[in-house]
Structure formats: C-alpha cells, structure tokens
Design a protein. Sequence first.
Length: 115
Amino acid sequence: QVQLVESGGGLVQAGGSLRLSCAASRSIFSFNAMDWYRQAPGKQRELVATITTDGTTNYADSMKDRFTISRHSGENTVFLQMNSLKPEDTAIYYCHAFTRPYQYWGQGTQVTVSS
C-alpha cells in the first residue's frame, strides 16, 4: 500500500511563501509521475504541477511563474515551493502519484492566504 503524506501547509499573508512536502512510502522513481493538485471550496480539483520520472516539469498557466515543483530522491519526497501567494491560492493541496494503471492520493494539506 502506497502512502503519500503532505506537510507544510498553513496560514500566510498575501505575497508570502510556503513550501509543501510530500513524503512517499516508496521510491518516487517507481511512479510515472508525481503531481500536486489543489481544491478550493466549491471548486473542482485542479492540477498545479507535475514532475515526471525523468525530471520534466509542467505547471498550470496561472502558477508557472510562482510555483516550483522539485524532488529529493534520497528522501522520497516531492516539494512544491509557492511564492507570491495570493488569496485565490487558498485551497487544500493534494499530492498525487501514478504508475499505470494505479494512482495514489495523499490526505491533503490546507493552505490559506489572507489578504
């Protein structure tokens, strides 16, 4: 059973930064890719950023200049560095991993950005 555990969420003022972590229970290279998603109240879950096995990264257009996804293979951890946070970034942020045909989700971490 794969476990993904997120941490690093919290309350921050607009313009501030947070770094989210996702610790996996097995090697992150065993997945085809790992992602960060977010879900704001009353909205659908949306993809934030992806990092593939070979290190290729992709971002949602609204976040690519502010967010950075990275990984630490030795710690089986993926990070999401979030800068210049805005109130509209308030959401629960979820770590996601998949290796076809399976996918795994973390429990989520709350990020709240105050204006």
